[in-house]
Design a protein around this ligand. Structure first.
Ligand code: TXA
Ligand code: MG
Length: 370
């Protein structure tokens, strides 16, 4: 179980209003090797100077994150990009896709220039994930820092990613961090992560390691617009290829359990609840999509519908908020989340929604009369 807010832990984190002077101060803080949490268009990030190994280690410590899980590097101009990624065909393709889709919620992974970015940032894989965020505060912070910023989501490891400054505070209030006190993020889930690589035959290809705020169709459309890249294939990494948290030798970015609330979370299909009318829901929070479980609303302690109209993008925007909301409601000791195995395309918002939902429950389903 994750630690929640407790009085045993001393409050050290500070919030700062976003204004030019605080952005300058935070830039200086990062140059000194310290941590700053900041808004992006996806989720809040916990940032450190990506060129400073000790500073990046501080992120792993604050989050309780294993060093096998690489962090992505945020940029706000191509000057930084040029120094981070090694010259070659992968870089050219990333640059092209960047010209179409950056600034935005797409992280691209290519060969890392380890003379500039310490190898541990990419968990010693020789690769690095780069993203140019669209959020203005994030861009201003990077420019004020004059360094690339390494930043994972600003939550404790495995917990739900933060979409509000208060979520960051709740998870990391006892850490020496400054939190830029911005708005709720506009998208509500993380960037899509695309690995660009060459096959042994020298063909360029993409692997969508994490489906997120940018749909696969947008990446394919950008590739198709360019004659040189129109035949580049993009594969989608399925959750069935991911590993359990307790499995040793975890390959980077392949954990199955993720985005999990502090209390039990189980997947439920409409039919499971309908067939088990005796299930006690008096201490249960239900997270629904498209009013499929609305007939159980009265029996449950808390009920939230991510999108009454069954819109997958709207559901994604509300998912992390709803998970964090349910886990702090008094008396709620488990969350049931609506899950659908089918009915959406690979790499679409529907795919992302049910992928995140699946991982929030680590794939555990409600069975029988539990
Ligand atoms: O929207 C986002 O991407 C947010 C904001 C703050 O930018 N950041 C974020 O970072 O979600 P994080 O660390 O929570 O997730 C990044 C994912 C992880 O699953 C990590 O394993 C994978 O990207 N990743 C990063 N660099 C990688 C690399 N070099 N090779 C393989 N996977 C990588
Ligand atoms: Mg994360």
């Amino acid at each position: 179980m994750q630690e929640g807010f407790s009085t045993d832990r001393k409050i050290v984190a500070k919030k700062m209003k976003i204004e030019p002077s605080s952005l300058e101060a935070c830039g200086e803080r990062i140059r000194q090797g310290k941590l700053v949490a900041f808004p992006t268009e996806t989720v809040y990030g916990l940032g450190a100077d990506a060129t400073n190994e000790k500073a990046v280690l501080g992120i792993f410590e604050a989050k309780g994150r294993p060093l096998t899980d690489p962090v992505i590097v945020h940029i706000a101009d191509y000057g930084l990009f040029d120094k981070i990624v090694v010259d070659g065909p992968e870089k050219e393709l990333i640059r092209y896709l960047g010209s179409q889709l950056w600034p935005g919620p797409l992280t691209m992974i290519g060969p890392c220039n380890t003379d500039f970015i310490p190898s541990m940032v990419g968990s010693n894989t020789g690769t690095v994930g780069v993203r140019w965020p669209k959020n203005i505060t994030a861009q201003q912070l990077i420019l004020a820092t004059q360094r690339p910023i390494a930043a994972p989501s600003a939550n404790r490891f495995m917990h739900v990613s933060p979409t509000k400054p208060d979520h960051v505070f709740y998870d990391l209030y006892d850490k020496d961090i400054v939190i830029l006190d911005g708005e709720q993020t506009s998208f509500g889930v993380e960037s899509s992560v695309l690995r660009i690589m060459q096959t042994p035959e020298g063909k360029l290809e993409g692997v969508l390691l994490r489906s997120g705020t940018l749909e696969l169709t947008d990446i394919k459309a950008a590739l198709e617009k360019n004659e040189e890249y129109s035949s580049v294939e993009v594969k989608v990494k399925k959750k069935t290829e991911c590993v359990e948290e307790d499995q040793e030798s975890v390959a980077p970015g392949q954990l199955l359990k993720h985005y999990s609330p502090n209390i039990d979370c189980l997947l439920v299909e409409k039919s499971t609840l309908a067939e088990n009318s005796s299930i006690d829901l008096s201490h249960t929070g239900i997270i629904d999509v498209g009013a499929q479980l609305v007939s159980f609303k009265e029996q449950s302690l808390h009920y939230v519908d991510l999108s009454v109209l069954n819109n997958h993008k709207e559901s994604l925007t509300n998912l992390y908020l709803a998970l964090r909301e349910c886990e702090v409601i008094k008396g709620v000791n488990r969350i049931l989340v609506l899950y659908q195995e089918e009915g959406y395309e690979d790499g679409s918002f529907g795919y992302t929604l049910f992928d995140k939902i699946y991982r929030s429950a680590a794939g555990k389903r409600l069975e029988g009369s539990q």
